[in-house]
Design a binder for this molecule. Structure first.
Ligand SMILES: [Zn+2]
Length: 220
């Protein structure tokens, strides 16, 4: 059975071996490939797919969306969405935080609207940018989409510009459950507590996994 611990084991290995993938979209693809190949070895070709295409007619303007990795389980299709950020600084961090939380919303949508899906999915963010867990963000959007350690994500998050105007393209994100952001170090295999770091090399990668469980959604 694939649990959150199975995912930790795979992600810890990436941290331990100090893989560093490329920048931007490339890095994310390399990260996906790497995790995908490991899952293939364990779960087999018929059970794991990457860039899994689904119909999103009712959800987004786009007709199709690609899920980074899916695993077929007895309970249905389990979606895993990945984000990877290699040393990008403030602006990239705020944008990546938005898109990571958007992944959480997308998974919520897949689980609740499509019968073929399992009741559980995961969103993963892997980064060596300590600004995420150390919370050195400032500015309205940065505060709204902040992924500091221990933060609870819930309800609705809106991207406001400094002028108070909402962002025209980055639409508000509404959540069907609440999620606690917990950063984990793959070297000492521990959660970071408070805003402190662990004693491992601070330039190394940390990750956060959000587990989305349909059974915990708020009934509307
Ligand atoms: Zn550590």
């Amino acid at each position: 059975m694939f649990t959150v611990d199975s995912l930790y084991t795979l992600l810890d290995e990436i941290c331990e071996k100090e893989y560093i993938f490329g920048e931007g979209q490339n890095g994310e693809e390399e990260f996906r490939k790497h995790l995908f190949n490991h899952m293939l070895e364990i779960y087999g070709e018929s059970n794991v797919k990457e860039k899994y295409r689904i119909n999103t007619n009712l959800y987004k303007q786009k007709k199709h969306e690609e899920i980074d990795i899916i695993l077929r389980t007895p309970d249905g299709i389990m979606p895993i969405e990945l984000k990877y950020q290699h040393k990008k600084g403030y602006t990239k961090r705020v944008n990546a935080s938005y898109y990571f939380l958007e992944d959480v919303c997308s998974i919520e949508h897949y689980l609740s609207s499509q019968n073929a899906f399992s009741h559980i999915g995961y969103a993963v963010l892997m980064t060596d940018d300590s600004g995420y867990w150390e919370n050195d963000n400032s500015g309205t959007a940065a505060r709204e989409f902040n992924l500091r350690n221990g933060r609870i994500i819930s309800d609705k998050l809106t991207w406001y510009h400094g002028t108070g105007e909402p962002h025209k393209k980055l639409t508000p994100l509404s959540f069907q459950s609440s999620y606690r952001i917990a950063w984990r170090c793959g070297l000492c295999k521990r959660y970071l507590h408070g805003i402190q770091n662990c004693n491992c090399n601070s330039f190394r990668f940390r990750y956060t996994v959000v587990k989305i469980d349909k059974n915990e959604f708020i009934e509307v």
